[in-house]
Ligand binder design. Sequence first.
Ligand code: AQP
Length: 342
Amino acid sequence: MTRVFSGVKPTGHLTLGNYLGAMRRWAAVDQHRADSLFCIVDLHALTVDHDPARVRRLSRQAATLLLASGLDPELCSVFVQSHVDEHTRLSYVLECVASDGEMRRMIQYKEKAVRERSRGGSVRLSLLTYPVLMAADILAYGADEVPVGDDQAQHVELTRDLAVRFNQRYGQTFVVPRATRPAVGARVMNLQEPASKMGKSEDVGPGIVYLLDEPDVVRRKVMRAVTDSGRGVEYDPQGRPGVANLLEILAACTGGDPVELGGGGAYGSYGELKRDTAEAVVEVLRPLRERHKELCADPAFVEGVLRDGAERARGLARPTVDAAYRAIGLLPAGTVVPTGAR
Ligand code: AQP
């Protein structure tokens, strides 16, 4: 059976981008057709300036939202990365096959390093190395597929490179995974800055729709989205990124095609397009918000799901990580080495 692994970072409140780019497919498709593991990758949240209490809060909230989005613990495993030691065990070994040049080429590192410096902070070493930890997250489970938004494609490519290199040097150990992306909604852009991704670790802004925003807040944000000075509605991501982003969001929420939605004069004005997009987003998020409220009233259930998920994850990851340790030359614990043996 195909194995799927993916995750979210508790670096901020989850956004419409996280939902349309990744989470929605996990619940609607992946958990039904594959052996699926979904992870709150909390160690990744420590790579930038953070408040420990907030990371704990956001981790709990992310777990609750994953379940609210439709992940069913009977069909998949949901767990917290730091509850399974195998991730960090494997990460160090993979650092021994990765190069510093590879790390410095990662786009997210470059962007986030600039942001950390502009906020007056220093750049943590873990920000440079976290793509290796992400590779460990994936390779530890022998995942075949990694369903992600476009912004994570480069990291999955690195994961593939590390898996192939390790296998060539030390013997077949890892499955080489591939990224899968949604046909629509793979890169939802900020409503106020349509050249930038809608990112959850940005400062709170009117261009970001959070999954737990009240319907009226969602409507206000969409109605105030930046478009351009053109008049007709058409799908042209380069020339008219704001309008293209709205069409993409509308298409992702209604199951349509952004090019078709923008063609044929279906929308005579930006106002109409914004109204339909706002309502489509409100409707897509409605069941999730309702289920989230129910789950918040039952924290013991969420805790139980995470406990069981971590236990299963440990059992799956351990043999692969042990095999990687042996392959790269580490002595298995408890091995008796005969005197004189080299
Ligand atoms: N805007 C987006 N459009 C489509 N997919 C997106 N994803 C994230 N943003 C968008 C996808 O959501 C999954 C989880 O993302 P993440 O938690 O790994 O990272 P992030 O949301 O990109 O958050 P960061 O890195 O902490 O900060 P920002 O957001 O400021 O860059 C992934 O599959 C991701 O592709």
